[in-house]
Design a protein around this ligand. Structure first.
Ligand SMILES: Cc1cc2nc3c(=O)[nH]c(=O)nc-3n(C[C@H](O)[C@H](O)[C@H](O)COP(=O)(O)OP(=O)(O)OC[C@H]3O[C@@H](n4cnc5c(N)ncnc54)[C@H](O)[C@@H]3O)c2cc1C
Length: 258
């Protein structure tokens, strides 16, 4: 079985994230960029299957700028067998639609039985790319899975609902997305880090994927204006003069928080 894991490089969530006021796009040079944590969990789902099913091959696929190589070496050191980096100037500022079309082409070229993605990125937070990739490939899609079972010809998963959970399944090939409850990502060990340097990491352009860099006929979403988030104002201070409880309740009511 061959499994592809879609890994997005995102700004480290512990750091300040900024939009570039000129382009309206995320300023990816503003801080450290890392493999999205949810994608390390998606990779763990694939690697756990590989641990118990020898002969399983895991390839990670990522679309993004040059800096993505670092995130790919990290996930290779966790245990993925190879990586594909889709790198092309024409992809700068790509929206979710174009990202999905390109990732679908890379998945098709890799020839896989299962695609595992995160349910949503921590920067764009669209939560749409996995479904779009499945649509592009004409494959079934199971989304927001908290637990995953992969078997020879199908994939089954558990998804949380408002009233509990439901079990869903699909025949392979399929595309799934997982939540942060799906798995605890393993830490790369020293051997994994050393081996990652020698593992295949291929860099492909849109032309290599047989795609038109102008995306002729395909619309795109554009950022029209951006405005900075208003600075956080100091909160309201309530000094207890024996009636703090009442005044807090009044404040909560006034702010319609209760
Ligand atoms: C603040 C912000 C707002 C944005 N708003 C919009 C918008 O309104 N409309 C729009 O079309 N685009 C928007 N984008 C751009 C969008 O983030 C990118 O196109 C992105 O690559 C895909 O969308 P997403 O991050 O929302 O992905 P999601 O759908 O949230 O990602 C889900 C999963 O898909 C996979 N995936 C997503 N992107 C990649 C990638 N580049 N490489 C590999 N795997 C990937 C990962 O497994 C990820 O966990 C926005 C970006 C930012 C930073």
């Amino acid at each position: 079985m061959k499994i592809a894991v879609l890994v997005k490089q995102v700004p480290d969530t512990d750091e300040e994230r900024r939009l570039d006021p000129a382009s309206g796009l995320l300023d990816r040079l503003a801080g450290e960029n890392v493999a999205d944590e949810i994608n390390e969990r998606a990779l763990e789902v694939a690697l756990s299957h590989k641990d118990s099913h020898k002969g399983t091959e895991v390839v990670v696929i990522s679309l993004g700028p040059e800096s993505v190589t670092k995130a790919l070496r990290k996930v290779l050191s966790m245990g993925a067998d190879s990586a594909v980096h889709v790198l092309d100037e024409a992809l700068a500022g790509a929206d979710a639609g174009r990202t999905a079309v390109v990732l679908a082409a890379a998945v098709k070229q890799a020839g896989v039985d299962l695609v595992v993605a995160g349910n949503e990125s921590t920067d764009g937070r669209g939560g749409v790319v996995p479904a779009m990739v499945a649509e592009q490939l004409g494959l079934p899609h199971l989304s927001f899975l908290d637990a995953v079972e992969i078997s020879a010809g199908s994939v089954t998963g558990e998804r949380g609902t408002d009233s509990g959970s439901m079990v869903v399944s699909a025949p392979l090939p399929a595309v799934i997305s997982v939540t942060e409850r799906s798995a605890e990502a393993r830490f790369p060990n020293f051997r994994g880090i050393m081996m990652a340097k020698r593992k295949p990491l291929s860099v492909v352009s849109l032309a290599d994927l047989g795609m038109d860099p102008d995306f002729a006929g395909m619309g795109r979403s554009v950022v029209v204006t951006t405005s900075a988030r208003p600075l956080r104002t100091a909160g309201k201070k309530i000094v207890d003069e024996g009636n703090a409880g009442t005044r807090l309740a009044e404040f909560l009511v006034a702010e319609q928080l209760v």
